[in-house]
Design a protein around this ligand. Structure first.
Ligand code: PMP
Length: 452
């Protein structure tokens, strides 16, 4: 355990053993199901990450509703993970569940648009401001397609990302800065191409590096989250995005914001909430209430260039789109979510309560004199193990303490609470109540008391 944590190493070690034993005792059915699945799946689970939670075996879900998840051993937890944002509007919101049931009997997939299409397109432009839209099945795909469009319509090969970024399974963005030098991310499995030949990486909040990276006029797009949310959380400094936009404009580089997570900022995302006007915008995860769905939009100026690039290309496979994209179920869920769930009122509740949560955590940290900080973007709150919030990906990376995160997550799971694995993200949904927040803050304080 790092000395800088402000906690007692031997207490942390003892607590880990105690919490593992408590979890094993309380979850016989999850244990049996894990053992039964083990021979049939890689790593014993349908997606290998499911094995990376803090629990000694997978926690099996019986059902999830609103802010709660109930496991197969009958324990109900308040969920602040919310499927790592996929369920940002709560589990199975009623309007989405009803729309799905209606559409399920009317055709699941036809490769043709349905009646809701025009309404959805108009609503996306009203909310997010971009002129023309396309769909994808996942945010990963949406980002992949945006990069392809950007290269096609600018005729440029290079893209630019920020060190420590994550945009899904898009191989192009897995470039890290190691001692200032770009390198294909070590963990990227089975990638044999040298991605650094066509992807540049710089630190977030570094305008001089941005200017240098764009200067040769070879960069098709800058792809970024408006707030970095996948390496802890890193906020943009005041004026950063305005200056970055001006640099992109000057060098003919498209500025694309990936709002998959920062949709937590408000009904029109972070860009709308902060008056930013990107050339491209990506939405994913919760946008259709938890049904697989992603979207990307282009501005008035960029959309005709995308259409022209496609028309100028030879007929045949574009490499953009998948067969089940914009299927009937997804469109039905998307409309119901936009119209009835992702409302101004829902966001007011979520963001107010997230402030209460962030203030509560800050109070605990201050009372115990811990060198930690709390960062918030709308309904999303992150606790980081450093006295000052990070300025960029390298600083944020240096603050991660995976063993402590795992112990805290397991401790909370054993006390009826769930937060996001792999970092300390806590998300508030429309069904979260002040009592739920109090329960989380109290358990967080008990954890600190037990490990000081
Ligand atoms: N963009 C961002 C900012 C993300 O955080 C993620 C996933 N965490 C993705 C894209 C990819 O989403 P998905 O895994 O649903 O494709």
């Amino acid at each position: 355990w790092p000395d800088t944590l402000g906690l007692s190493s031997h207490r942390l070690t003892a607590l880990w053993a105690r919490e593992q034993a408590a979890f094993i005792d309380a979850h016989p059915r999850s244990r049996t199901l894990s053992a039964a699945a083990a021979p049939h799946w890689l790593f014993g689970v349908p997606l290998h990450w499911m094995n990376d939670w803090a629990t000694p075996f997978s926690l099996y879900v019986a059902h999830a509703q609103g802010a709660h998840v109930t496991d197969v051993d009958g324990h109900t937890r308040v969920d602040f993970c919310l499927g790592d944002t996929g369920a940002m509007f709560g589990h199975s919101p009623a309007p989405v569940a009803e729309a799905l049931a209606r559409q399920a009997a009317r055709g699941l997939t036809t490769m043709l648009p349905g009646e809701d299409t025009a309404w959805i397109g108009a609503e996306l432009t009203r909310r997010f401001g971009l002129a023309r839209w396309q769909m994808a099945l996942s945010a990963s795909d949406a980002n992949r397609f945006v990069i392809r469009w950007a290269r096609a319509l600018t005729g440029r090969t290079q893209i630019l990302v920020f060190n420590g970024c994550y945009h899904g399974t898009v191989d192009d963005v897995f470039v890290d800065l190691v001692h200032g030098q770009p390198r294909t991310r070590d963990s990227l499995l089975g990638q044999v191409h040298d991605i650094t030949r066509t992807t540049r990486s710089i630190e977030f909040n570094d305008l001089a590096a941005l200017e240098a990276a764009l200067a040769d006029g070879q960069v098709a797009c800058l792809l970024a989250e408006p707030v970095m949310t996948n390496i802890g959380m890193v906020l943009p400094e005041p004026g950063f995005w305005q200056a970055a936009q001006a640099l992109c404009r000057r060098h003919g580089t498209l500025w694309v914001l990936d709002e998959t997570h920062t949709l937590s900022s408000g009904p029109g995302g972070y860009a709308r909430a902060h008056g930013l006007t990107p050339d491209g915008l990506v939405l994913g995860k919760p946008v259709a209430g938890g049904v697989p769905c992603a979207l990307y939009g282009f501005s008035d100026a960029v959309a005709p260039r995308a259409e022209a690039a496609k028309r100028a290309a030879p007929p045949g496979h574009s490499g953009i789109g998948t067969t089940l994209t914009a299927n009937g179920l997804t469109l039905a869920a998307l409309r119901a979510n936009l119209e009835q769930v992702m409302t101004e009122a829902a966001y007011r509740h979520m963001i107010d309560l997230a402030h209460t949560l962030a203030d509560g955590l800050r109070g605990v940290i201050a009372r115990h004199g811990l060198p930690w900080c709390v960062t918030q973007v709308g309904a999303r709150t992150e606790c980081q193990f450093s006295p000052m919030p990070p300025r960029n990906g390298s600083q944020a990376d240096a603050m991660l303490v995976p063993a402590l995160e795992q112990l805290l997550h397991l401790y909370l799971l054993n006390r009826g609470l769930m937060i996001t694995p792999f970092h300390n993200m806590m998300l508030v949904c429309p069904a979260t109540t002040p009592d739920h927040v109090t329960k989380l803050v109290t358990a967080f304080e008990t954890f600190i008391t037990e490990t000081r």
